[in-house]
Design a protein around this ligand. Structure first.
Ligand SMILES: *Cc1c(COP(=O)(O)O)cnc(C)c1O
Length: 293
C-alpha cells in the first residue's frame, strides 16, 4: 500500500493504467503487505475476469521503512504465475551485511530486484543496480536489433542496450568498483552498521523523554516519532511546526511523513561521513527546539 511514487509512474509509462494498480492492505510491525489480503485481491481479479500480471514488493519503504513479508508474498506470486519485483532502493544497500538479510527471507525467489547504491552505499549519484533472474524477459520486451547494431559472429555477448529503454548507457558500475576498492566491503559494512547502531541509540534516548512518542520502531536506521506534550491539542500542527523549526535551525535536517493519518517526524542516518556525535547531537536539538515552540 505504501509503495513509492516511482511505481505509480512506471504504471503510467507502461500504459497499464492507474485503475489497474491494486494496493494491498498492510499489517504487522513492519507495516508490510498482508499475504491473506494479497491472495484475496488476486482471487477477486480472477473472478472479475481480469488477469493479474505482477507483484511489486517493497523492502524499506521511504516513509517508515515498511517492509513486505517477502517469502510469503513471493510464494503466492509463484502460485499464480505472477512476475515479481522487489523495490529495495534505499535498504538494499544494507544487505551487504549478512545480519540484515532476515528482512528479506526468500528474496532469491524474486524475478527482479532493484537497489540504489547511490543512496546509502555511498556511490556518487546516480547508480541503480537491477538484478534479474531471467534477463530474457527484458530483452524480449525491449530489444530492437537493426542491422547497424548487429555484431556478426558475436552471438552470446551481452548487449545491455537491450535490457533498458535507453540505448546508450554510462559505465556506472565503475563507480561501485572504485568505491569497493577505496573503502573495502568490510569498510562499507562498518559504515552501515554504525548508522544503524547510532540511530538505535538515539531512538533509545528519545524514547525516554516523556513528551515524545516513538511511532514506528527502527527499521535499519529509520524510525519515526511525535512530539506529544501533555495537554497539546493539534498534534499534527505542533509536529509540522517542530520539523520546520528544526530545519530552519539548520543543525540537523528531518522530514515528516504520515502514519495512519497522523503527521510524524522521520529520523534517518545514512550520509557517508556521518559520525556518532552528529547523530547523538540530534537529541539535544530536537528537545531544545520543541521546548521553545
Ligand atoms: C529512492 C526510492 C525510489 C526511487 O528510486 P529511483 O531510482 O530514483 O527511481 C523508489 N523506491 C524507494 C523505496 C526509494 O527509497
Amino acid at each position: 500500500r505504501g509503495v513509492h511514487t516511482s511505481v505509480d509512474r512506471a504504471i503510467l509509462v507502461a500504459g497499464i493504467g492507474q485503475q489497474n494498480l491494486v494496493r494491498v492492505p498492510i499489517k504487522g510491525d513492519w507495516r508490510g503487505m498482508d499475504p491473506d489480503a494479497l491472495r484475496q485481491a488476486i482471487e477477486a481479479d480472477i473472478a472479475a475476469g481480469l488477469q493479474p500480471a505482477g507483484l511489486i514488493l517493497c523492502v524499506g519503504g521511504t516513509g517508515t521503512g515498511a517492509t513486505d513479508p517477502v517469502d510469503a508474498c513471493l510464494q503466492i506470486a509463484e502460485e499464480y504465475g505472477l512476475y515479481s519485483h522487489i523495490d529495495a532502493a534505499w535498504a538494499g544497500s544494507a544487505m551487504i551485511c549478512p545480519e540484515y538479510r532476515h528482512y528479506w527471507p526468500g528474496v532469491e525467489r524474486a524475478d527482479s530486484i532493484v537497489f540504489n547504491p547511490h543512496k546509502w552505499l555511498g556511490v556518487q549519484f546516480d547508480c541503480s543496480a537491477h538484478f534479474l533472474k531471467n534477463p530474457d524477459d527484458l530483452v524480449q520486451t525491449l530489444a530492437i536489433s537493426p542491422e547497424y547494431l548487429k555484431t556478426h559472429g558475436k552471438d552470446g555477448i551481452i548487449n545491455y542496450s537491450e535490457w533498458s529503454v535507453p540505448l546508450g548507457r554510462r559505465f556506472r558500475a565503475l563507480k561501485i568498483w572504485f568505491l569497493i576498492r577505496t573503502y573495502g566491503l568490510e569498510g562499507l559494512r562498518q559504515r552501515l552498521r554504525n548508522h544503524i547502531d547510532w540511530s538505535q541509540k538515539l531512538h533509545d534516548s528519545l524514547a525516554l523523554e516523556p513528551d515524545f512518542q516513538i511511532i514506528t520502531p527502527p527499521m535499519w536506521s529509520l524510525w519515526t516519532f511525535r512530539y506529544a506534550p501533555e495537554g497539546a491539542e493539534d498534534l499534527d500542527d505542533l509536529n509540522l511546526r517542530l520539523v520546520n523549526a528544526i530545519n530552519d535551525d539548520g543543525r540537523i535536517y528531518l522530514t515528516q511523513t504520515r502514519v495512519d493519518g497522523d503527521l510524524v517526524i522521520r529520523f534517518q542516518a545514512g550520509q557517508f561521513e556521518t559520525t556518532e556525535a552528529d547523530v547523538m547531537m540530534a537529541h539535544a536539538v530536537i528537545t531544545e527546539i520543541a521546548s521553545q515552540l
